[in-house]
Write a protein that binds this ligand. Structure first.
Ligand code: 5RP
Length: 223
């Protein structure tokens, strides 16, 4: 394990301390929240979970956690998930693991959305990672052209399908001046199922792992 991997594990496990008995918990996808799920599997609090991907569903089940569908649980107390970029206003880029559509649904179901990242994910402005978009496989060229008309200089189709059976593309906008505005414009493109920009208003706190420890950034709307 590299020091970077050790930091991810520490942060992922620490984020699990926000989960207590009786909670309904949304489980994110990725290599950092993986450790949150492992920690919950070891601790086995009395919780009901819902998962944001087949991968997470299978991991949680294999660790003995109770996993039900989003419709069965209806509402969540907390969702914990990773991110690819976090800006100072808590806006996120997500979808590095092609799961952002389910991740956005499960994050929006929760009273509290806790994000867990290593320090390399903190950026001044979203954009360098690219913006993942899930696209219906009906008119991908038309959707891609619409995304270019919103300012993307490059739109690359990934060689995978999402768990929903759709295409996934990475759109490059350079640094994004107003992610919330761009997210709203992307949401208007017909055939674009979901994009990976999560507005900071969804996020309650970010657990950040550095090589010298873990810290928590709290998104206080009054600050
Ligand atoms: C999956 C995601 C992940 O949460 C994101 O890519 C971060 O993953 P990792 O913790 O492996 O860096 O959005 O769609």
């Amino acid at each position: 394990m590299t020091p970077h991997d050790v930091a991810k594990e520490r942060a992922g496990r620490l984020a699990a301390s926000h989960v207590t008995d009786g909670m309904r918990v949304g489980l994110g996808t990725g290599s950092t929240v993986h450790w949150t799920i492992v920690e919950l599997g070891e601790r086995r609090p009395d919780i009901v979970c819902t998962a944001t991907s087949v991968q997470t569903h299978d991991l949680a089940l294999s660790l003995g956690l109770e996993v039900v569908s989003p419709d069965e649980v209806g509402h969540l107390d907390i969702t914990i998930d990773g991110a690819d970029e976090v800006d100072p206003a808590f806006n996120l880029t997500k979808g590095g693991g092609n799961a952002h559509t389910r991740e956005k649904i499960v994050a929006a179901m929760a009273d509290r959305f806790v994000v867990v990242v290593d320090e390399s994910k903190l950026v001044e402005q979203l954009g360098p990672f690219g913006t993942p978009i899930e696209v219906l496989d009906f008119a991908p060229g038309v959707v891609s052209a619409a995304v270019r008309s919103l300012g993307a200089t490059e739109v690359v189709t990934r060689p995978v399908r999402t768990d929903n059976g759709n295409l996934v593309m990475l759109a490059h906008f350079g640094t994004i001046a107003d992610p919330v505005e761009l997210g709203a414009r992307l949401s208007e493109v017909p055939g674009l199922v979901e994009h990976g920009i999560f507005p900071g208003s969804m996020v309650d706190r970010v657990v950040v792992a550095g090589l010298d420890g873990v810290r928590e950034l709290v998104n206080d709307p009054r600050a």
